[in-house]
Design a protein around this ligand. Structure first.
Ligand SMILES: *[C@@H]1O[C@H](CO)[C@@H](O)[C@H](O)[C@H]1NC(C)=O
Ligand SMILES: *[C@@H]1O[C@H](CO)[C@@H](O)[C@H](O)[C@H]1NC(C)=O
Ligand SMILES: *[C@@H]1O[C@H](CO)[C@@H](O)[C@H](O)[C@H]1NC(C)=O
Ligand SMILES: *[C@@H]1O[C@H](CO)[C@@H](O)[C@H](O)[C@H]1NC(C)=O
Length: 340
């Protein structure tokens, strides 16, 4: 039998073919990338600057006092970035820096759970906080019931992506991170609080809201919160005098301001705002999926809009603008600003 003679290619032809093939692929990829809007791919949107000019002849610079507040973020960096950048608080592009000058941003807790970006969010807020301080601004970071739950070892709502953001063994490493020696644990102990009263804008901020039964002294609630937090981290039983803090009417769980019938809610809010000497109580915790909700002539402001993908509610930031003449309280959305 005669063998079919092999067609022998010169190595030069081979090389030529390989090169042509490689170059074609490279050109194709380059073309495809040029056609792609990378901002769209990364889900980065440019801020709508017109959002600053929603009222005639008004610019953000007219207001020396600017206070922003964002509610429950629940592990969703993208959505938090989306609305914070639309409101002009941070840059929409890497490295997502503070752009709000000497403004104040309050985050009312529940950064963790239901989404994967927990670790990144805690670090990001810490970096933003340093940047804000360098510009005369600040970030006030408050604790939510979900931060306490994680410190306590109640991980029912932990997102898989959060867990596997740690090296193996995941559970041990995450536990350590949330303990007193861990990075997140240390941040919670040293940088986070329970309540915050801003004297300038006469606003009180807290995760779930301060029920009248629950002591009106902020220093008291803040120090008690830290005591509870550290006991949770050490897996210690709460003594009777601290149990109320973690109770259904405590500062981490109360839903009265969001759910009580109008008349009663307004009476409670009126009593508590008077006692605290503020104009409004701002809180997260009870989601309002269609947007920031104001009750009782603005004495109650509910800012948890379920902005994380887990809920897909509206993305919103509360903005308080103040100068010698006026004090404007409004909800900033990506496409509109609504006066409250
Ligand atoms: C806005 O500015 C224009 C031009 O300066 C002025 O004519 C107009 O009255 C102003 N409008 C308001 C609402 O102040
Ligand atoms: C922020 O800066 C502006 C302009 O420099 C100043 O008028 C204002 O008092 C500052 N506000 C705060 C809260 O420091
Ligand atoms: C928490 O607030 C109290 C005032 O009530 C303050 O003394 C304390 O320094 C604050 N702690 C942190 C970690 O910000
Ligand atoms: C509000 O305060 C008044 C006067 O102290 C008190 O009589 C009333 O019971 C309070 N209302 C509520 C709902 O706490």
């Amino acid at each position: 039998m005669s063998r079919i003679p092999e067609i022998r290619r010169s190595p030069l032809v081979s090389l030529f073919r390989t090169l042509t093939f490689g170059i074609t692929i490279a050109l194709f990829i380059r073309y495809a990338l040029a056609k792609l809007d990378i901002n769209k791919v990364l889900n980065i949107k440019q801020p709508d600057l017109n959002i600053y000019f929603d009222l005639p002849n008004r610019t953000i610079g007219d207001f020396p006092v600017r206070v922003y507040a964002i509610g429950d973020i629940h592990g969703d960096f993208n959505n938090a970035l989306d609305i914070l950048s639309a409101a002009g608080v941070v840059s929409p592009v890497y490295p997502f820096e503070w752009t709000a000058g000497n403004a104040t941003l309050v985050q009312t807790g529940d950064v963790v759970d239901r989404g994967p970006d927990t670790r990144f969010l805690f670090k990001w807020f810490d970096e933003l906080s340093t940047q804000a301080e360098q510009q005369g601004g600040r970030i006030v970071r408050l604790l939510g019931n979900h931060e306490f739950m994680n410190a306590k070892g109640d991980w029912r709502y932990v997102h898989y992506g959060d867990l596997v953001s740690y090296p193996e063994p995941y559970i041990e490493n995450r536990k350590y991170d949330w303990g007193p020696e861990g990075e997140i644990g240390d941040l919670l102990i040293t940088k986070y609080n329970v309540t915050f009263k801003d004297e300038t804008s006469r606003s009180h901020f807290m995760h779930a809201g301060l029920s009248p039964e629950w002591g009106l002294k902020e220093d008291f609630v803040n120090s008690m919160g830290h005591e509870v937090l550290e006991m949770f981290m050490k897996a210690e039983e709460l003594p009777d005098e601290l149990k109320g803090f973690w109770g259904i009417k405590g500062p981490m769980w109360y839903r009265g301001y969001a759910q009580l019938p109008m008349e009663i809610a307004c009476e409670v809010a009126s009593n508590v705002t008077k006692a605290l000497n503020v104009d409004r109580l701002v809180m997260g915790h009870t989601p309002q999926f269609s947007g920031i909700r104001s009750r009782c002539n603005g004495q109650i402001v509910l800012i948890d809009t379920g902005l994380s993908t887990a809920y897909s509610g509206e993305r919103a930031v509360l903005r308080i603008l103040q100068n010698e003449r006026t004090n404007i309280v409004e909800a900033v959305y990506r496409d509109r600003v609504v006066k409250l």
